[in-house]
Design a protein around this ligand. Structure first.
Ligand SMILES: [Zn+2]
Length: 347
């Protein structure tokens, strides 16, 4: 990888399109396209005008993270049954399969389904679990293995953590659960108060993969590592503001799940050309590319790889390294890691 931008030719695009892939940072509730949101609005007879006064737009747009959150939470509230969850999981798996994604760790926010923000009665844990289990079965039929990450929403005025951790510790926890995450706005919501919840999750065998260093700076990443025992960080790109932190992440092999298009659209970086991916790589920090919320951002993993090639100076060896680092940092079980790594190395 170099800092130079060299436009890849058709062969490079072909390699990026066909290389076997995995994705570690995408949200189930963020995978819904405009078309899916429209069909859910119709299915459930919901009025979209409180969020979109002129009706649902043809494509989503956002003015910063809080505006995105507002629209995202509206979309999330359209998921009202296990079948809604199963069908969007299958839709996601179909798009992943078309990009040669073999394995995805998909984050879902259980609490907001159990206790909807609009005051409706939520899904029962049993229905939520059945939705995820059925969705995961349908995904497997598309050739896509799914590991679930269930996250705590850090910016809701609610007992989200107790409900979530209690659910994970119950017989209702879904199949394929691999880790616990922490989402939402970091600003004003530090990681420290969640330390006990993540300790409890670790005791259940669920490692910590919190978001940090997206909407807040390096101190937020440090807190995720020190207070929560994070083994990977969602985003983490603002670690570039602290050289000592970069050294620590590199030395400990803590991978950053980097989402360039998300960072651009949510104005975490001023423009895509300002994205610090190459600085992270040069500092020796393991990174991989991800879509975050592909339905809302109209991106996919292949398009992220192309953006990284065309705008962020990543060459093919850089891509191979990122994919292999993602395999290493994934929670793929059994022979899965070795098989996927061998497929990528041979491509
Ligand atoms: Zn995310």
């Amino acid at each position: 990888m170099t800092g130079e931008t060299s436009l890849p030719g058709p062969d490079v695009h072909d390699w990026l399109r066909t290389v076997p892939k995995l994705e570690l940072h995408l949200h189930l509730e963020g995978s819904m396209s405009v078309a899916t949101v429209r069909s859910l609005i119709e299915r459930h007879g919901v009025d979209p005008t409180p969020i979109w006064p002129d009706g649902l737009p043809d494509s989503f747009s956002f003015e910063g993270f809080p505006d995105f959150s507002r629209q995202f939470l509206f979309g999330l509230a359209l998921l009202r049954s296990g079948e809604d969850l199963a069908s969007i999981t299958e839709d996601l798996a179909a798009t992943l399969a078309a990009q040669q994604v073999r394995y995805a760790e998909v984050t879902t926010t259980a609490f907001t389904h159990f206790r909807p923000l609009d005051g409706r009665a939520g899904m029962s844990p049993t229905e939520y679990r059945h939705g995820l289990d059925e969705g995961r079965r349908r995904a497997a039929a598309h050739g896509v293995a799914i590991g679930w990450v269930i996250d705590i929403p850090r910016d809701l005025e609610s007992p989200g953590q107790q409900v979530t951790v209690g659910f994970l510790d119950s017989s209702e926890a879904p199949d394929g659960l691999v880790a616990m995450g922490l989402g939402g706005n970091e600003v004003g919501n530090p990681a420290g108060p969640y330390a006990d919840d993540f300790a409890r999750a670790r005791a259940m065998g669920l490692p910590a993969v919190p978001h940090a260093g997206e909407t807040d700076g390096p101190a937020s990443v440090r807190a995720a590592v020190d207070d929560l025992g994070a083994v990977r960080i969602g985003h983490g790109i603002r670690s570039v503001e602290d050289g000592d932190l970069l050294d620590e992440l590199a030395a400990r092999g803590i991978l950053l799940e980097v989402c360039p298009t998300s960072n651009d659209l949510l104005q975490i970086v001023e423009t895509i050309d300002d994205h610090p991916l190459s600085q992270l790589v040069e500092a020796g920090v393991p990174v991989c590319l991800n879509t975050d919320d592909p339905g809302w951002f109209a991106n996919d993993l292949t398009s992220e790889l192309v953006v990284a090639s065309e705008r962020l100076g990543v060459d093919l060896e850089g891509h191979r390294t990122m994919l292999l680092d993602a395999v290493g940092a994934s929670f793929l079980g059994g022979q899965g890691k070795a098989d996927l790594a061998a497929e990528i190395a041979a491509h």
